[in-house]
Ligand binder design. Structure first.
Ligand code: NAD
Length: 316
């Protein structure tokens, strides 16, 4: 039997590109996009779409019954900055959404489940540079707390019930197709749009704030590589460290100036996202992903900047 894949939270920054990639590999009708928002972009024209709220158990049950998925990707979540504005909703969506899916995957014998975690699982007590897979983890955002708890649940369902659940701790993801969903690293997307539109940008993170980032093409390729890997190769059932490239706003601006020499970067002060960024790692050690399923990023800062500017210009 072929794959039947459900993607929940399909209309966001990641889902928009993941659904397209999965439909290319598995066939348009075998990838069911689901969200509470109306789909834009290519999603509504290229395959099935269902309105589904991951907090509504009956609707979810009907979805699993209808499609009997072999794989489920759960992307619906409240992100770091948005989560701080509504901590209880973030906890409810990020936790109960996950538990609903883990339970249904057991009931309907879904072969594989994917759920993303984040570098937000690390906190002020974690090592900042080359942050290892396992270390002190003391997240101080509700988003980070929910992701760390979610990782523990994933490992628990694997150990206790044998569920094949796989996960990656994404860094800040940079892409041009869909708008970012309210994270701390969103500046690294806005900066490209504003550079092209206005020739200037006011960053909400300070000049020297270094954070782990990744270009979306790499993130999608890595996610599918993890899901395609032999189960025996997956040694981590909480969530894998996953690294692309680390940079500061200043370094990114210098790279953008290679294409837009007059680009001017200024900084705003006292943005709440700065405090979140200060608690996160600067760079990530992803040696387990490299060893277990051959992960290697393809986009460095130069290649990412060139591709972002080119695509944003072409798609104006
Ligand atoms: P996003 O906010 O862009 O998209 C999330 C989608 O989920 C939206 O389309 C939203 O409408 C949908 N959604 C919200 N509530 C829902 C509900 N109750 N039921 C069904 N759908 C619902 O987020 P994203 O950037 O695509 O992130 C996807 C996942 O990846 C999240 O778990 C996020 O924590 C994780 N992640 C993202 C990044 C990043 O840089 N984008 C980094 C680390 C981790």
């Amino acid at each position: 039997m072929g794959e039947r894949i459900i993607v929940l939270g399909s209309n966001g920054q990641i889902g928009t590109e993941l659904v397209t990639a999965l439909r290319r590999s598995y066939g348009e009708n075998n990838v069911i996009a689901c969200d509470i928002r109306r789909p834009d972009y290519d999603i509504k024209n290229s395959g099935p779409f269902e309105f589904v709220n991951v907090l509504e158990k009956d609707t979810l049950n009907g979805l699993f019954q209808k499609y009997k998925p072999t794989q489920v990707y759960l992307l619906a979540a409240l992100l770091s900055a948005t989560g701080e504005q509504n901590p209880k909703l973030a906890w409810d969506l990020n936790m109960n959404g996950l538990l609903n899916i883990l339970d249904l995957a057991l009931i309907y014998k879904t072969a594989k489940v994917y759920w993303p975690s984040s570098i937000a699982v690390f906190g002020p007590g974690s090592p900042k540079v080359d942050t290892p897979q396992s270390c002190v983890m003391d997240p101080n955002t509700v988003y980070g707390i929910s992701k760390l708890a979610g990782e523990r649940w994933c490992e628990y369902y694997h150990q206790k019930f044998g569920l094949d659940v796989r996960s990656i701790r994404y860094p800040g993801l940079i892409s041009w197709k869909a708008a970012p969903g309210g994270g701390t690293t969103d500046y690294a997307i806005h900066i490209f749009h504003e550079a092209l539109k206005k020739g200037s940008y006011a960053s909400f993170l300070s000049a020297e704030t270094e954070l782990p980032m990744m270009y979306m093409d790499d993130a999608i390729r890595g996610t599918i590589a993890l899901m395609d890997a032999e189960a025996s190769k997956i040694s981590i059932r909480s969530s894998y460290n996953f690294a692309g490239v680390s940079f500061t706003p200043e370094v990114l601006a210098a790279e953008i100036r290679k294409y837009i020499p007059e680009f001017k970067l200024t900084y705003t002060e006292n943005d709440p996202r700065q405090l979140i960024a200060n608690s996160w790692p600067k760079s990530i050690n992803d040696s387990f992903a490299a060893k277990d399923w051959g992960w290697k990023p393809a986009f460095d800062l130069a290649k990412m900047t060139e591709d972002m500017l080119q695509n944003l210009k072409n798609n104006k």
